[in-house]
Design a protein around this ligand. Structure first.
Ligand code: 13P
Length: 244
C-alpha cells in the first residue's frame, strides 16, 4: 500500500499563513507524489485550505471531532461538520488530547465510530509516555490503546507517536520503532482479525526531512504523522519526497 504522509498543523496558522502554506504545498507537488499526502489544519481554516487544495494531490483532514453529530456542546466540532468543510480524514486520540483533556480509549472509540459514520477516515493515535517506556510498559500500554480505541471493523489508520518524541527533537530508535510497529500489527490482527493485517501504521514524533527516508524504509512503517516540520512547506515536501 502507498505510504501516507500526514501533516498535523495543531493550533497553528491564521488564514493568510495557512493559505500560503497550502499553496506552497500544491505548487511543490505539481508532479504527483509517490505517496498519499494529507494536511490537517485547525478547524477555523479547514474550509479555506480545502478549497485552496481542491482537485490537487493534497487531501485535508481535521484534528479531532465530537462523538455526536450535533448538539449542545459549546466549542466542539462534529464529524459531519468536518466533512462539510471539506475534510476526508480526522486525527483522533492524539496524546495532546488524551493527556491534555483526559480522553479515554472509550471516548476515542466513540469518536472513531462518528468519523466513519460521517464518511471520514480516522487516524487513531497511540503511544506511551517516557515513564511508561522506562518502566518497561510501552508495548502493554500501546496494545491496550489499540484494543480500546478502535471500533469493530475499523478501516482507518493507526499512528504510533511516543509521547516523549513529540516536539522534542528526539525520535525513537529504529529498533524500537520496528518492534513497536510489529506489536501494533499483532494487536490489530488480534482486535480486528484479518482486516487488521492491511491497515497502515504511521510513525510520528519529531519526523524531519533528514532521516525521513531511513525511517520510512523501516519494515512495517506505512508513513509518517508530522507536526512541526509540516508547518514549513520545504520540510514537509522533503518528507513527502522521501516517501517516494
Ligand atoms: P512533531 O513532529 O512536532 O514532533 O509532532 C508530532 C505530532 O504530534 C504529530 O501529530
Amino acid at each position: 500500500m502507498r505510504q501516507l504522509i500526514a501533516g498535523n498543523w495543531k493550533m497553528n496558522g491564521l488564514r493568510a499563513d495557512s493559505l500560503a502554506l497550502a499553496r506552497a504545498l500544491a505548487a511543490g507537488l505539481e508532479q504527483p507524489a509517490g505517496c498519499d499526502v494529507l494536511v490537517c489544519p485547525p478547524a477555523t481554516v479547514l474550509a479555506a485550505v480545502a478549497d485552496a487544495l481542491a482537485g490537487g494531490g493534497v487531501m485535508v483532514g481535521g484534528q479531532d471531532c465530537h462523538p455526536e453529530p450535533s448538539g449542545a456542546c459549546t466549542g466542539d466540532v462534529s464529524a459531519p461538520m468536518l466533512r462539510d468543510a471539506g475534510a476526508g480524514w480526522v486525527i483522533l486520540g492524539h496524546s495532546e488530547r488524551r493527556l491534555g483533556y483526559g480522553e479515554s480509549n472509550a471516548l476515542v472509540q466513540e469518536k472513531a465510530r462518528a468519523a466513519v459514520a460521517a464518511g471520514l477516515t480516522p487516524i487513531v493515535c497511540v503511544g506511551e509516555t517516557e515513564q511508561q517506556r522506562l518502566s518497561g510498559n510501552a508495548e502493554t500500554v500501546v496494545a491496550a490503546q489499540i484494543d480500546g480505541s478502535l471500533p469493530p471493523g475499523f478501516a482507518g489508520v493507526v499512528a504510533y507517536e511516543p509521547v516523549w518524541a513529540i516536539g522534542t527533537g528526539r525520535t525513537a530508535s529504529e529498533d524500537d520503532i520496528v518492534a513497536m510497529h510489529r506489536c501494533i500489527r499483532s494487536q490489530l490482527t488480534e482486535t480486528l482479525g484479518e482486516a487488521g493485517a492491511g491497515l497502515r501504521i504511521l510513525y510520528g514524533g519529531s519526523v524531519k526531512p533528514a532521516g525521513a527516508a531511513a525511517l520510512l524504509a523501516l519494515p512495517g512503517v506505512g508513513g509518517a504523522l508530522v507536526g512541526g516540520a509540516s508547518l514549513v512547506a520545504a520540510d514537509f515536501l522533503g518528507i513527502v519526497r522521501a516517501a517516494g
